[in-house]
Each structure stands twice: as structure tokens, then as C-alpha cells.
Write a protein that binds this ligand. Sequence first.
Ligand code: HAM
Length: 425
Amino acid sequence: MGFKIPRGTQDILPGKVELWQYIEEKARELCKRYNYLEIRTPIFEQTELFQRGVGDTTDIVQKEMYTFEDRGGRSLTLRPEGTASTVRSYVENKMFGQPEQPVKLYYIGPMFRYERPQSGRMRQFVQFGVEALGSNDPAVDAEVIALAMDFYKELGLKSLKLYINSLGDKESREAHRQALIEHFKPRIGEFCSDCQNRLDKNPLRILDCKKDRDHELMQNAPSILDYLNEESEAFFNKVKQNLDTMGIDYVVDDRLVRGLDYYNHTAFEIMSEAEGFGAITTLSGGGRYNGLVEEIGGPATPGIGFALSIERLIMALEAEQVTLPFETGIDCYLVSMGDAAKQKATGLLYELRKAEITADTDYLDRKLKTQFKAADRLDAKYVAILGENELDNNVINVKDMEKGEQQEVPIDEFIDYMKQKTREA
Ligand code: HAM
């Protein structure tokens, strides 16, 4: 019997992992430019953190969490997202007391949701996310959105669309909530059981229902934008002004409802419009969550962030046929023939690597020709040949595989020669 990888997960093998490394490097570099610092939190947390943070009525908490009891009888959950953990750490480490505010953090790591796997929907996926905690300036909302858009654009994506909405403050949301209940209540029996459950607990989520999307009551449901109080409207206008100033295009979508409970004011999603991207077109999502820090036991602190999955990003890169300029291959493959040459090659290989030159050799006692084939497969820029003749003459033959030229180099000078050659490249 063989073993199989769990459903909804994937192995990222050499050949593909270089793309992941390149993307992750880009994310780190961009965060540095925007002055967001990395935070690493555990893969699992107390279950209650997500129940409180993400929200009891969300799909994530109701049916998608990987929850287990440890040997000490504690209920733990594999993190389904990064915001709750980041906020937990912010509170626990009293980052609200740091002199420099807002605290701007980012993370890259695996998240887990028990969802029905399909293209772009995994049970383990990697999120890159940022969170800015401690400022209620709408310019930070715009900064977070700009960072997300820049990331995609700098990787070469073109078919992007940014949707934004405002969910308003508590007062606006309450007014909208009442309007939604009044709107749906008389005919709630025509909706799915999820929506019926949502009516009292979280009627906003009815607007996000996939099953009842086409029901006529959905079309004329009250718009949150009509219920924003003055302050919320002014805040939303500022966010839009800031995006305009940066020249970032957006579409206001009053139906944009995020699947997590903690949002207020700004909510946004970035979609791919690339042909052949697939059914799920959301690349990333985020928004403001001014009550979350308090909910998790900290002082009232505003926050905003977003997250995206690398899996969906890679799907978009493939749909738009973007090729990224990451390096593969090695600098030097050392071919040796005969015991004495092989012994010498071991030392030279070690020296090459110490000199920061990527290098490899044959470990299967293969014939000269097969060693050359291996060098080809590894895409070696140079092949260095050390046979008995070369060894007798204290030289090594270095072949530039691109130019097809061969040069005899004294063994003593070989490392310096390779250093120079690889530096030139
Ligand atoms: P979310 O909308 O649940 O928000 O997820 C954000 C992104 O994670 C999605 O847009 C998508 O790219 C990716 N994603 C989610 N589920 C899956 C899946 N099953 N397979 C592949 N990719 C997936 C959050 O998680 C919030 N924490 C975002 C946030 C940060 N809001 C404020 N700060």
C-alpha cells in the first residue's frame, strides 16, 4: 500500500519551489520598502482565539477549522488565517506600548481550512499578509491597498481589478443590519438554511450567499453606502481620495462583504480578470478591523490589513503567462576521472563552495560522457575537467558551456579564475 498526500494539499518540488522563493523574496523586499516588519506566530492557537477573532457565525469557524485536543485536554486549532494570531501576539507582547505607532507587520506562512478542494481552493495554502495596528488614518488603508496592488503589478500581473466598499462604523452597521433584517425577514423562508440562520446573527452575510445569489430580494437589498453616518462617509471619501492621489484605480462595490466578522469601514478585494483563471477570481482581500484588538483583550486599537495566497497568485501568473526571471542551474560542474583526480576534486569542490560558487560533481562513478550529460541537465555554466593527465600537469580544463570555449588553468589558480568568471556574469 502506498501513501497519498492529504486532499487539498500539495508538494512543492524543486523546479517549482524556485518560483515560490522568488515570490516570497519579492514580498519581503516590498514590505521592507513600505516599512512592514516580519512576525512569525505559531501554526496552532487556542481554538477560542479564532471563535472570538474570526467570528462564531463565519463559515471558517462553523465548518472549516482543523480543531483538535492535545494530550493536556486543550482545544487547539490550526490557524485558518493570520490576523487573529497577529493581533493576539500584538496584545500579548504589549506592542501597543511601543513608542513607534502604528505597528506594521507582515507574515508569510501556511493556513488551514477544511474546504471542498478545487482549483484555487486548498486545505493548506500559504498566505502573505500585512497588518497595520494603531492608526485610524485612512491613509494607512490606502497604503495597505497600494502595497497589495504593487506586489501583483511588480510581479507582472496586468489583469487586475480592485473593488472597495465601506462597511461603516458600529452605528452605521447597526442601522444597515436592521434594514437588512426588515428586507429579508418576510420572505426568509425562500432562502437556504445558512441564510435563515444568518438573518438574526449576521444578516450582512446573506449578501455573500452563493446559493441565493439570484433571488430577487438580493437585487434590491439595502446598500450599506446608504446607511453610512457622516463620519463613516467622510472616512470612506478620504480612503478614495488617497487612492486617487496615488493613481490606483478602483471600483466601489456596495455588495462587497467579507467572509470574516471583524471588518468595519474599509473592505477590499483584488480580483483577477485574466482569461482562464478559473471560477474563483478573488486574489486577495482585506479591510479595517477597529474592534478586534479589544475583542482579543487589548486596549481599543484600530487596525487594517490584507492577505493573499501564493497559490492563487501563481495561478494568475500562469493565466497571464508571466515568466519570472529567477535563476536556476549551477555555476560549475566538476568532472573527474580516476581515483587521484577524484580525491583532488573533492577538495576543489569544497573550495568552490566556500568561495560562494554554486558547484556540484558526480557521485555515481559515471563515465566522462555521462558526467557531461549530468552537467547539462544541471544547466552548469562551466564544466571543469580533471583527469589523470591534467593532474600530472597540475592543470584543470574549464569549459564555458555557453561560448563552447575551453581554457586550461593551473590548479592553484582555479578558484580565483572561477571567482572572476562568475563575478563577470
Ligand atoms: P480571506 O479573504 O479569508 O481573508 O483570505 C485572504 C486570501 O487568502 C484570499 O483572497 C485568497 O487569496 C486566500 N485564500 C483563502 N482561502 C484559501 C484557500 N482555501 N485556498 C487558497 N487560497 C485561499 C483573510 O484571511 C484575512 N485574514 C485577511 C485580512 C488580513 N484582513 C485583514 N487583515
